[in-house]
Design a binder for this molecule. Sequence first.
Ligand SMILES: Cc1cc2nc3c(=O)[nH]c(=O)nc-3n(C[C@H](O)[C@H](O)[C@H](O)COP(=O)(O)O)c2cc1C
Length: 414
Amino acid sequence: MPITRHPPPAHAPGSTIGHLPHPRRASVPPLSKITCIEDLRLVAARRVPRMFYDYADSGSYTEGTYRANEADFQAIKLRQRVAVNMEGRSTRTTMVGQDVAMPVAIAPTGLTGMQHADGEILGAKAAKAFGIPFTLSTMSICSIEDIAEHTGRHPFWFQVYVMRDRDFIERLIDRAKAANCSALQLTLDLQILGQRHKDIKNGLSAPPRPSLANLIDLATKPRWCWGMLGTPRRSFGNIVGHAKDVGDLSSLSAWTAEQFDPRLHWGDVEWIKKRWGGKLILKGIMDAEDARLAVNSGADALIVSNHGGRQLDGAPSSIAALPGIAAAAGKAIEVWMDGGIRSGQDVLKARALGAQGTLIGRSFLYGLGAFGQAGVTRALEIIHKELDITMAFCGLTDINRVDASILLPGTYPT
Ligand SMILES: Cc1cc2nc3c(=O)[nH]c(=O)nc-3n(C[C@H](O)[C@H](O)[C@H](O)COP(=O)(O)O)c2cc1C
């Protein structure tokens, strides 16, 4: 990969990528004027309380890997082709055998119901209507049962963290089965927590503590407050009332810190696979050796992911790691990726470099924080349109025919 320096992300102050005026200086534009993910980010920055916006828009330590996830996509150039029949285009494909309207799923994100009231329910509804999978995090605000109830038991995916309390994990997996989840993502890159400076400085908690700084901030976020007053879902819905000795919030934070299991190993993958019995996806693979172990585990898919730059700062970007991992994994397992996807062009580039599917974290969260369910739908529409149009400009009409030949040699990682 020729890129070694990473400029600030596109949304750094002074960026011209977002075309809306600075959020604090202008009123929020209508949805019809939202034309890119950066526009959604700017509105979310204005509407979501500071600690939750920062929780989403941050990476660990220097945020170098977080920035590289986006910047490395931008360095890859596409080959423009002309005079090719562009009619009858299709972005439809499959992820672990499931039909998807485009090779994009919503990634699991913790505390999503704090970006917007009932955020996970709204995200799941938008994904269902669009025809792509939604993944619910273990650390969600809305519970597994909430999602099943509010989507008419439409299948969704569940993401599990392995914790020391194995009984709790087994019950969680059983609850996901009972709720009609059609795939389980096992996250392997969070045995211990990467440090994000902003979360410590902001005193991140769910719900926010009534400190003076928080109350002043909340006073400028009336929509958010109004939404929160209208929902009973303000804490970790999968955990409170389900895990032993977690009845209130103060014990929950202590429980979380001590419960993520630092001893997680490949033997545990076997245990989870057996208990689950359905499609299993391993999330957080960044190394060719681990990709081979993932193949040996018998999982159905692996996700090349550095947790959106939130865990090991200094790890390569996901898109830089993708080709090596795809080569190591071969055809025995589906290879997906996430990290830094802010446009349909990024999805196309990931697909060209060997990802059968992709996941979006922040692109989803910004849409949700900005406009709720309508914002998520807008984010998906934007990404879909960018994917469709760019594929056509590259001379292809079927996403299933995309490969590295659409990329300019010398500009992409190998
Ligand atoms: C706010 C936030 C919370 C996250 N929470 C989780 C989580 O609970 N479980 C998990 O496996 N990954 C979690 N992730 C990582 C995402 O699933 C995904 O790997 C990452 O967001 C992809 O990068 P992107 O945000 O640049 O698209 C989280 C990411 C963000 C931004």
